[in-house]
Write a protein that binds this ligand. Structure first.
Ligand code: ARG
Ligand code: ZN
Length: 470
């Protein structure tokens, strides 16, 4: 990106790139001499090569729709507010949703075409670097279910009474156009209109809920930056309860009535889990909390959707702890690329271990030593995957989760409790609402501990094989 700008600027100034004087690294874009070009069609993440886009930065999504569960039909208007990061005569959005009836940029109708998940648009007038612009996309029809490399499903998944909406790692373009990579976070507002017997539950805080002519519109506001895959508006018959943690964070839970009795004990512990993790990880990062518990048997997994994790069946306590821990690690502190998924899943899994110990169950050391973890034979296939590169098929397999958690427990043993828990807090505080890499974590761990941890991380994160000494 940067080199392209420099080359463009040098050519514009009539200089030969090869013989020009050393360019200043942060050469400002010359707003007086626009050189319009197309934004990159993706951010180039090797696990999902079409995800995300270049040339602009999304600031806010306003997603307004009505949904008719009987017809499985959505009628939607998504408004994207973004800032151009280069002079643009074309850019892409990621979208796999139903037919588009109109698309405007700053109220001017814009030409568009669709190729796979790319929605390619040509703004006229063209957009200068640094300017803010508004894209409005209207579309209607049935949003798709998306199948992942591991054969799990996500996107817009119809249920008996509504829809279950998980988006990791590539589901959000099923129901709204955007820049679908965790590096382009934005705030979100949702306006969801559903039949009045149903509840539409989105991320963030409920701003209003109004019923007329048999339909209810729920307005949800997600006020902190959020990765696109963490967005949800899950719809169904729900028992809703509102409460708060002792420190005053509002909690909104929506539970399928058929799962109410089986979920009650777990839901009752949400405030305790948030309080405990706040004491270990630092302040809860968002303005509200909660959970959505639904029946989506074909999904079969839970997801840490921001402020309101979603569960496709009644969750046990450690799954609830896992998804709440992700609010710090995954949601607030997010990946820069998918291959570092252990930074999400290893942290959330380790959080389960320490919650379980805190709650009177197995100690973290016992869980580390158990048959499913360090107890696995050195010959097991489990040890043949590199933690920092599980590949798109196994990114939600047990290596990022369990070997990731083991890495953290081994690190705790290596640097001691004081440095380890300081590191967990600093990691959450320093990178709040940001994006991180494994290299950032290694650097931070060495800084906090004052130790050379290169061979430690080598055996745990970067090499195949069961670590025997570290
Ligand atoms: N991040 C989720 C969790 O650990 C799992 C998401 C799995 N997604 C998938 N498409 N398989 O709770
Ligand atoms: Zn997880």
């Amino acid at each position: 990106m940067r080199s392209r700008t420099l080359r463009g600027a040098a050519v514009a100034a009539g200089l030969c790139v090869l013989t020009s004087a050393q360019p200043a690294l942060a050469a400002p874009v010359d707003h007086g001499k626009p050189r319009y070009s197309a934004g990159a069609p993706s951010v180039g993440d090797p696990y999902f090569p079409d995800e995300g886009n270049g040339g602009f930065d999304v600031r806010h999504y306003d997603i307004a729709f009505s949904y008719d569960p009987a017809a499985k039909r959505m009628d939607a208007t998504t408004t994207i507010t973004a800032v151009a990061t280069q002079d643009l005569d074309q850019f892409d959005l990621d979208f796999r949703g139903p037919d588009i009836s109109s698309l405007t940029i700053d109220r001017h109708p814009a030409a568009f075409r669709r190729e796979g998940q790319e929605l390619i648009v040509t703004p006229r007038p063209k957009l200068k670097a640094g300017t803010s612009f508004t894209v409005i996309v209207k579309y209607a029809g049935t949003p798709p279910v998306i199948t992942d490399p591991d054969d799990s499903i996500e996107g817009w998944v119809p249920t008996e009474d509504g829809a279950f909406v998980p988006g990791e790692p590539q589901g959000s373009p099923a129901w709204y156009p955007g820049s679908d990579h965790p590096t382009d976070k934005a705030t979100f507002t949702f306006h969801a209109t559903v039949p009045e017997a149903l509840t539409a539950v989105g991320n963030g805080q409920l701003l209003s809920q109004r019923t007329s002519n048999g339909r209810t519109t729920f307005v949800w506001d997600s006020t902190e930056p959020m990765a696109t895959y963490l967005a949800t508006v899950t719809i169904g018959k729900f028992q809703v309860a509102q409460s708060a943690t002792r420190s005053g964070i509002p909690i909104y839970t929506a539970v399928d009535p058929q799962l109410a009795s089986r979920s009650a004990a777990t839901v009752a512990r949400i405030p305790d889990i948030i309080e405990y993790f706040s004491s270990i990880f630092g302040p809860y990062p968002f303005a509200s909390a909660g959970a959505i518990i639904d029946r989506a048997p074909d999904v079969g997994y839970a997801l840490e959707s921001q402020t309101k994790p979603i569960f496709s069946s009644a969750p046990d306590l450690s799954t609830m702890a896992h998804e709440i821990a992700h609010q710090w690690y995954g949601d607030s502190v997010s990946l820069g690329r998918w291959s570092d998924i252990w930074l999400n899943e290893g942290f959330a899994t380790y959080a389960e271990w320490i919650w379980t110990e805190h709650n009177g169950g197995a100690t973290a050391q016992q869980t580390f030593d158990s048959a499913g973890n360090y107890g696995r034979a050195a010959t097991s296939a489990f040890w043949q995957t590199v933690t920092t590169d599980p590949g798109p098929v196994d990114m939600f397999g047990n290596v990022p989760y369990d070997r990731g958690a083991m890495t953290l427990h081994a690190l705790r043993g290596k640097i001691g409790d004081a440095a380890f828990f300081r590191l967990l807090k600093e990691w959450a505080a320093k990178h709040r609402y940001g994006n991180v890499s494994t290299a950032d974590f290694v650097r931070e761990a060495q800084k906090v501990s004052g130790m050379d941890l290169r061979s430690f991380f080598d055996v745990w994160l970067f090499q195949k094989g069961k670590p025997s000494a570290w």
